[in-house]
Write a protein that binds this ligand. Structure first.
Ligand SMILES: [Zn+2]
Length: 164
């Protein structure tokens, strides 16, 4: 079975998942609860936080694109991922301006900025001001709400060529 098939099986219960459709998705939580896996629902819709160091994406160095696991919206490119040591997958820049929504978060006695998916408004994590250049930002993202797709072999080779 190839990974594309695995992916569609994973999202079979969720008709809102699409890599092509950019239209906003607005569903009440009782609907999401029926179609999302429990761990994804907890983080994405209840603004939960996965335990640190539990996401396989945290240490992954594979070349490709990270998508919202709830709706398929493209969020981050692997070349903006860095090792922050915080225990969650970290990026310094989203794939485009509209891919992410920013909201003030005053919970837990802290002043933080929450980041949500620009298409389905699912909770992704937070953004902090202690990231590396060029943005100085650290998008600290729960791996459970990310889907990853490896860059095509040709694309990967092209990128490696560009580096040398
Ligand atoms: Zn989404």
């Amino acid at each position: 079975m190839d990974s594309a098939k695995n992916d569609s099986a994973k999202h079979a219960a969720n008709p809102n998942y699409s890599r092509e459709n950019k239209a906003a998705v607005d569903l009440p939580n009782e609907q999401w609860k029926k179609i999302l896996p429990e761990d994804v629902y907890y983080v994405a819709r209840m603004k939960g936080t996965e335990r640190p160091w539990t996401s396989p994406f945290e240490t992954s160095k594979e070349v490709g694109t990270y998508y919202c696991a709830v709706c398929g919206n493209a969020l981050f490119r692997s070349d903006t991922k860095f090792e922050s040591g915080c225990g969650w997958p970290s990026f310094y820049e989203p794939i485009s301006k509209g891919s992410i929504i920013y909201l003030p978060d005053h919970t837990l006695g802290m002043e933080r900025t929450e980041v949500e998916c620009g298409r389905c408004k699912s909770h992704l994590g937070h953004v902090f001001n202690d990231g590396p250049p060029p943005t100085g930002l650290r998008y600290c993202i729960n791996g459970v709400v990310l889907d990853f797709e490896k860059a095509k072999e040709a694309e990967k080779k092209y990128q490696e060529k560009g580096k040398s």
